[in-house]
Design a protein around this ligand. Sequence first.
Ligand code: SF4
Ligand code: SF3
Length: 525
Amino acid sequence: MFCFQCEQTASCKGCTVKGVCGKLPSTSALQDEIVQTVKEMAVCNHALRQNGKKDTAADRLTLELLFATVTNVNFDDNRLSELLRQAQELRSRLQHETGAALPPKILRETLDEDIHSLRELLLYGIKGTAAYACHALILGKEDDAVYAFFAKALAVLAQNMAAADELLALNKECGQINFKAMELLDAGNTEHFGHPVPAAVRITPKAGKAILVSGHDLLDLEELLIQTGGKGINVYTHGEMLPAHGYPQLKKYPHLAGNYGSAWQNQEKEFAVFPGAILMTTNCIQNPISYAHRIFTTGCVAWNGVKHIPDRISGKPKDFTPVIEAALQESGFAADEQEQTVLTGFGHHAVLGIADKVIAAVKAGKIRHFFLIGGCDGAKSGRNYYTELAEKIPQDCVILTLACGKYRFHKHSFGSIDIDETTALPRLLDIGQCNDAYSAIRIAAALAEAFDTDVNGLPLSLILSWYEQKAVCILLTLLSLGIKNIRLGPSLPAFLSTNILNILVDTFGIAPITSPDEDLKQILG
Ligand code: SF4
Ligand code: SF3
């Protein structure tokens, strides 16, 4: 096997024996075959589109297939084999309909290093975008521009013809399309669950039976909340599900009791002692050795041998009865722990609602600088940088967070800034999940307009931590918007060649993180 699509890849080069994530060679081979078949499907799909036709089944299956190959999503060879079978069937049908010729498979070893680097950057950007588009589709939002780009770009990747310029342009377009996908998801989430409002979220357990819900899928959470109503079960969020507490249509459930644990890489320890059932709605899942009997997967996420809750049929809710029964069989929490809370819910609607006050505070010198510390968490020790940085940021600066990297420091007390006589602005504002990078961009664009500048002219620094392919597509979006001087860590992607990295540094000023003191000195002077 060979895989170097995520930040924890072995020796910062590539996983060749077994994935650091736990991916087995058999799983890796199935995922490679799925990606190859998706590219071949795209050759036919693109040909079909050039003839003015479309195939909705192919467009939608493309999202699902790619999402299944994202890091920490699907480790179940049986489910992957079934997905591969569906992909092959669809490819054959499309090939028959279009008469498109399938190009020979490209061998990695035969590619120029820089071309390979740009192709992988594009593929991972597309995978991340597919994940967001998949979430949006679940909420009834889709856009043909996304599907048309996937067909075009994946058809290019099926062949070894594109030069560096074309691949660079496609990477930029991928960033733009991912913005569209995140916008669709934002519309799906906010139309369905309301605009997030600032909310204090309990992070200590309450006495009683318990279900822990992880991942990004808010509709799964809502259906579970409805089905657990009146059953004496408290529902807790985990990881990327934390921002759910800000949505009016989710926070209204009294048994949405709080948030438990921290980021994904600590789950083996934290899930082992959680006294209830666990539901994984998306990545990141790890090997559930000691709690396999009480963890469930649903949607795109799967683990060999773990019970999977089937998809909705004809719009009917999923049936979470097995999760509820498992929770009732476990002991639950014996007693209430003393209440502690963290804040979330600072999406674009909430922040822009007080934009005038924030702008006035910046002009009056009460807020010196904004730091967006966004992105994924992971197991590497270098990630302590983000904790130290957050702690060292001066008191007159505001920290914005999104995605699961915030678990390193969001329980610390950062205080607030009195921006006028009546408003104390918390110094740490959690915007939401990784896909809420859309919200961060909306906030930055509105501030830029108010200050009559562009985002690069704002007192704002983006300090990102990456782990998997969703972070790659967000990075492409930021670059496609012309955002410069992003600091990236904890290590740079293994799939970027020296030359491609140099292009990113020269064009966009991307810089690796150094030390919190050094970076703060450079940013604040
Ligand atoms: Fe290795 Fe990451 Fe690929 Fe898993 S997803 S096999 S850890 S590079
Ligand atoms: Fe985290 Fe997996 Fe990326 Fe959505 S849950 S941010 S790593």
